[in-house]
Design a protein around this ligand. Structure first.
Ligand SMILES: [Zn+2]
Length: 311
């Protein structure tokens, strides 16, 4: 790692050259892997993380870059299709029908109007993966994949809405578009306009192990913040999310892991009291601003897979 650090700092001015070298290396490494294995070795991922390390000013410049909707859709389509293919390869079936699916879809529709960019994500596709994992993921262009295991851990509609809102926040804030923005930035400064199409970009990002959930803890905190705000605004009891965290934390301490592994939306942020405390602080702040006495928990609604009536 140190050696890589040294090398890329020395040739900082030729990022494109280095990137192309990296892509060439990863392409050959990828070719040696079985076709259904979409991830790259962690060492390379670490290298890429360091390679992409940037200052707050560089980050701010990056956030200002606009990604074309169609390019995002093309990129997201490849990402979600690749992920679903991988799940199918693991004998996990994907459903887009049934009571669980309809329930998730109805709640997604309920949260979506609160997104700042709800017009950009006019259509959000929902997929239900029949696996015991407690996991939910969002993909560029507007795709959400929920694993069945969620229904084993969530106990109320309020907690499920919290998870949905968290995933929609990643989408709303373009957290998965940073790699794409970097490439666009690189492209505009390097004079290699034809080098990266969304398709090529997806292939390259995949080979670099950067595609699925490379979230920074700060992104997770922001997604939690939006989740609390939106959940409360809809009239749900945010404390249900805090209870869920507490149960997961207890299970984590007992078994050193939760069933099916730590869910992605908890993975990059420590599954600890700190995160629950941040959610609680935000909840108290919202309550002080606009006290609500009757908040929806929706335990029965959750059991019946029938969305609660909003106040
Ligand atoms: Zn997350």
């Amino acid at each position: 790692m140190r050696r890589f650090n040294f090398v890329y700092r020395r040739i900082d001015g030729c990022l494109t050259t280095l990137l192309l070298v990296v892509l060439a290396c990863t392409a050959s490494a990828e070719a040696q892997q079985p076709a259904d294995f979409p991830f790259q070795a962690p060492l390379l991922d670490d290298f890429i993380k360091e390679f992409f390390h940037s200052t707050p000013e560089e980050q701010a410049a990056l956030e200002r870059i606009k990604i074309d909707v169609r390019a995002e859709q093309a990129y997201g389509k490849q990402m979600v299709e690749s992920y679903l293919r991988m799940l199918k390869g693991q004998q996990v079936s994907i459903e887009r029908r049934g009571a669980d699916y309809r329930y998730l879809l109805a709640l997604v529709q309920r949260v979506k109007p609160l997104m700042v960019q709800h017009r950009r994500y006019r259509k959000v596709n929902v997929y239900l993966a029949r696996s015991t994992r407690f996991d939910a993921r969002s993909f560029p262009g507007g795709h959400l994949v929920f694993h069945d295991g969620i229904f084993d851990w969530v106990e109320s509609e309020a907690a499920l809405v919290g998870i949905i809102a968290h995933e929609l926040s990643h989408l709303d804030r373009g957290h998965q578009l940073r790699s794409m923005k970097r490439i666009q930035q690189l492209q505009s400064t390097s004079g290699h306009p034809a080098a990266f199409s969304p398709q090529a970009m997806f292939r390259n990002m995949k080979s670099m192990g950067k595609d699925f959930h490379p979230f920074h803890p700060a992104d997770e905190a922001t997604a939690d913040f939006d989740s609390v705000t939106w959940t409360y605004r809809l009239g749900y009891d945010v404390r249900e999310t805090i209870h869920m965290f507490a149960r997961l934390s207890a299970e984590n301490r007992k078994n050193r892991s939760v069933p099916g592994g730590v869910p992605s939306f908890l993975r990059t942020h420590p599954l600890n009291a700190e995160r629950a405390a941040a959610i609680e602080r935000k909840y108290r702040e919202l309550f002080a601003e606009r006290p609500r006495t009757e908040l929806i928990v929706g335990q029965k609604n959750f059991q019946r897979r029938s969305p609660a009536k909003l106040p």
